[in-house]
Design a protein around this ligand. Structure first.
Ligand code: LLP
Length: 419
């Protein structure tokens, strides 16, 4: 199994309890280095701004800062996290389709490097807020490029009808009228086509669209220095899935950016943290209903919503004592297909459907792989389930980086209100 040693996982599960997220620091660093070396080999070429939404634990953010990454944040909360982790404000890009005034003010006050603007109204609000503070904020206009990235419909963000960005005509109108917006300076174009994109074609298309827009902006006299190509690089959750071809993306984007005199920003999240994390959960019960073999575990859709929300298929392996058997390719005679479900009162609370496992027994540990991205960051308290603990393994030692919530944490604000 291509993750941390199973005896270490068992030790963590015993001492910290389950459900529990475990992250491998070394893997995160390796993933980051691979992307940075290919896409932004020097600071002059550009920068990786880690997408905080994928995994926003402060220790993970601190690690990213230490590795030299900037940050892509999409809320006042993520901005606060990046600052708490020690991010230099000018390394932060604040994006998002619906920023509140107080969030824009927080970003202006912090002095973030970029604000990515997604509508004409937002540009007006931001310009007024900045001018009132006597500052001029550097912005990128997010373009809706009208590109289908061939991914899950919930993960496509750059199609013509999607809510993100502005149409190119509108972006050009804003550039032409930039003198009416004294609180901002339009210096960048931003495009994010979607997430889990696994071929280079849509990035090349995005690049073509962006370069055409940049050329038109320059014709209008604007000084465009930077192109933010977003994130979205696909990872292989299953052995037969394709990863995004980073080299091919780089070998298209870098020469064209250099030729156009543009610095590049990229905002990957998943490709840095997904395979560096797993969700540990214990088997509570097993049973068969209507021929379906169920394994009921102590993690649920509130801990990992991806299977319920996107039909995402995560690899599962079973740790029995010291031996681990991967769901795929095991020679164990006892192998059968199981459906792994959580305790939440919804039929959709399926963590993995039809996975092949050695007969699971009460107390066995299941490892749900590739859970480092959009796992804990999308967790909820549905069914009044306290959120899981998080552990980081670094240099062979493990550290709790988020304590498990207690039920008291969840009710405290309501108890305060009881008469
Ligand atoms: N930049 C922007 C503007 C984004 O909207 C996103 C992701 C990213 C960067 C980072 O994308 P990544 O490199 O991680 O694919 N919850 C879903 C993924 C939603 C992605 C939303 N935006 C999932 O669990 O698959």
């Amino acid at each position: 199994m291509d993750f941390l040693p199973v005896d270490l996982l068992e030790e963590i599960a015993r001492q910290v309890g389950t459900p529990c997220y475990v992250y491998d620091q070394e893997r995160i660093a390796r993933n980051y280095a691979r992307l940075a070396n290919a896409l932004t080999p020097t600071a002059a070429v550009g920068r990786i701004c880690y997408s905080v939404k994928a995994n926003s634990n402060l220790s993970v953010l601190r690690l990213m800062r230490n590795l030299g990454a900037g940050f892509d944040v999409v809320s006042g909360g993520e901005l606060r996290r990046a600052l708490l982790a020690g991010a230099p404000p000018d390394s932060i890009v604040f994006a998002g389709v619906g920023k509140r005034d107080d969030e824009l003010v927080a970003a202006l006050d912090a002095g973030v490097g970029w604000i990515n603007v997604e509508s004409a109204q937002e540009l007006r609000v931001l310009s007024d807020l900045a001018a009132a503070r006597g500052v001029v904020q550097r912005v990128a206009l997010r373009i809706n490029p009208g590109i289908d990235p061939h991914t899950h419909r919930h993960l496509a963000t750059g199609k013509r009808t999607s809510k993100f960005g502005v149409e190119t005509e509108e972006a050009l109108w804003l550039v032409a009228h930039r003198a009416d917006y004294p609180g901002i300076r339009i210096e960048g174009i931003h495009i994010h086509i979607g997430s889990m994109v696994s071929d280079a074609g849509p990035y090349a298309e995005a690049m073509r669209v962006a370069l055409a827009v940049v050329a038109q902006c320059r014709t209008l006299g604007a000084t465009i220095t930077t192109l933010n190509l977003g994130g979205g690089f696909g990872v292989a959750y299953q052995p037969d899935q394709a990863e995004a071809p980073i080299q091919a993306i780089a070998s298209n984007a870098l020469p064209s950016a250099r030729q156009a005199g543009l610095r590049l920003l990229f905002e990957p999240g998943r490709a840095i943290v997904a395979d560096a994390g797993a969700l540990l959960t214990r088997v509570l019960y097993t049973k068969t209903n209507g021929g379906v073999r169920y394994v009921v575990v102590d993690a649920a859709m509130n801990d990992l919503i991806r299977p319920a929300l996107y039909g995402a298929a995560h690899r599962v392996s079973c740790v029995k004592g010291q031996a681990s058997t991967d769901a795929i390719g095991s020679a164990d005679d006892d192998l059968a297909q199981y459906t792994v479900v959580g305790p939440v009162c919804e039929s959709g609370d399926v963590l993995a459907a039809g996975v092949t496992l050695p007969k699971p027994q009460r107390g066995d540990l299941l490892v749900i792989h590739h859970a480092g991205a959009y796992g804990m960051s999308m967790a909820s308290n549905y069914n009044t389930r306290p959120r899981a603990a998080e552990v980081l393994v670094a240099d062979g030692k493990w550290h709790v980086i988020r304590r498990r919530e207690s039920t008291e944490d969840l009710v405290a604000r309501e108890v305060e209100c009881l008469a």
